[in-house]
Write a protein that binds this ligand. Sequence first.
Ligand SMILES: Cc1cc2nc3c(=O)[nH]c(=O)nc-3n(C[C@H](O)[C@H](O)[C@H](O)COP(=O)(O)O)c2cc1C
Length: 347
Amino acid sequence: MPHAEPMSKTPARPAPLAWVDRAPFYQAGLAGYSDAPMRLIARQHGCPYCVTEAMLDRFLVGGGKGLRKAELDDADHPIAGQLMGSHPDEIAAGARVLVKLGYDVVDINLACPVKKIKKKSRGGHLLSAPDEAIAILYAVADAVGGDVPLSVKLRRGYDDSPQAEADFHRILQTVIDLGYAAATVHGRTVQQKYIGPARWPFLAEMTRRYRDAMQRGFLLFGSGDIENVESIFRMIEQTGVHGVSVARGCIGNPWIFRQAQQRMGGQPIAPPTLDEQRRVLAAHFELSVRQHGEALAGRMMRKFGIKFARHHDRAEEVAKAFIAVKSLGDWRDVLGRYYPSGQRSRV
Ligand SMILES: Cc1cc2nc3c(=O)[nH]c(=O)nc-3n(C[C@H](O)[C@H](O)[C@H](O)COP(=O)(O)O)c2cc1C
């Protein structure tokens, strides 16, 4: 009698998602922030996986600037390209473009709360039009045909009504039945936008309800109110999700990933020294110039600088200085003034 292989506790993951067993967190899609420079800096700090900001299907299919923006650096893997759209055929065509560009995972956005465009539902608004959302899920699964794993980002419902909750479960069950590899659920409703807390008990209920699918390998990730390294592990503990999507908590804070790795390694969690802050600001700036050119990089770095300032001992003063930045020269001045080189410790 041949030996039966012992049952592995962890089902085999699709390769682009295998990181979850080593480091259960990733960098979320963040419109206006999570560009290639932010992703590369996060990866240098121990982030194992990134999602792009939501890309409109017709910009990808139309070619030109939208398509160029989606091109990938060799070091920027594994990565999910996130798609947003209204029409199943268009979003399916967008998915094919992402596969051709070398994205490791295609992620569908059913979460964005920005209002409908020309009465068409897209993003989170599709949660209130479950038939349309489901048609999109089918079309993308057909178009990608197993070439890369698929995932979905959704909110816990369109609003707090029982109908919205039923629609959420109908959509998520379809995601599972169609063989999607993963879903990330943001514990706020679409109507809630970013106001009020994310409902973690909803995530806990969800992992109980979909336990069988999770045991068969379907990955459930949680999102909402991840402000620091402790909240990553608290969410996993309290809700049972496989992993956590880090969003606002990593803007101007790539160290959250280094700290998460330190915590898993049982090491003390160190805040970034002033020297680290200066090096990261300079490296981020250089990558941004390379990606966007000086003018746009200047604007991008100003908003990042305001977030990075939180780590400085003179946080308020540094944030004010970044807020006042008008030119690239101003940005360099702030760096020179508040982040002098050659100092190893925090000021
Ligand atoms: C400025 C901003 C832009 C965002 N853009 C996206 C996006 O493009 N795609 C996406 O899936 N989520 C996007 N989100 C939602 C986040 O990924 C995340 O789900 C949400 O911020 C909740 O997590 P948090 O409370 O830990 O920030 C965005 C959030 C913010 C604040």
